[in-house]
Ligand binder design. Sequence first.
Ligand code: HPA
Length: 270
Amino acid sequence: MNEKIRQTVSYLESNGIKDPEIGIVLGTGLGKMVNLISIDQEINYEVIPNFEKSTVEFHSGKLISGTLGGKKVLAMQGRLHYYEGYSMQQITFPIRVMKAMGIKFLLLSNAAGAINPDYRKGSLMLVSDHINLLPENPLRGKNDESQGPRFPDMSCPYSQDLNKRLLVIAAKENIVLHSGVYASVQGPNLETRAEYRLLKVVGADAVGMSTVPEVIVANHIGLPCSAISVITDECDPEHLKPVDINDIIAVAGEAEKDLVRIYTKLIETL
Ligand code: HPA
């Protein structure tokens, strides 16, 4: 794995991407944040050695390097999902590459359904903890000790320092930022009513199909991270309406400006 990481890093460096400080992963419908980045380089995943390309048409699949909030950032516009058929190692490879490039913090985002009945669509949830319901784990297989330990601690998978700052920023900006537990499922289908009931019983506040693999790898490699879910639908099993992916994308696009404001302000303080 180290050899592949070196290959990818050397390709990116030879394309002028040097010393990024912060990595950003933009989830479904959340790509517009890149409009605020003053862009130096923009590279499609398919031309980056060892990167897989996004197979979902509305996930754009570009690595963007530039400046945001006075810091050098490396942003993934569109991520890879397990449901696309990639292995967990493939979907988390970019996180290892960003760390090897030098990022000190990882800021993730995703679109998620609300299990907590107090959450309204269009609001934001800071992920305080997660429940991994994906059928696979990116750390399965022989451990590479140079990357991290065999049994990474997960007692505090999200940076308390970053999360505290994000809550303070949201309050100052008058943006509702819930704190809650994110459950990751495989997808690509949405959940049945019975599954939404189950997720509530096990303690999830929101559900989505991503983020947790990247967070597991970030913890493996000792990279402090935060994640914010944009609540795109309300999963009340007793009043469930059919969920349309186009609605999810539209709601994410609307709420994105709050997410962008919070993350940009955070980046200014790092
Ligand atoms: N379930 C799973 N993933 C999602 C949802 C949902 O309700 N909304 C957005 N992503």
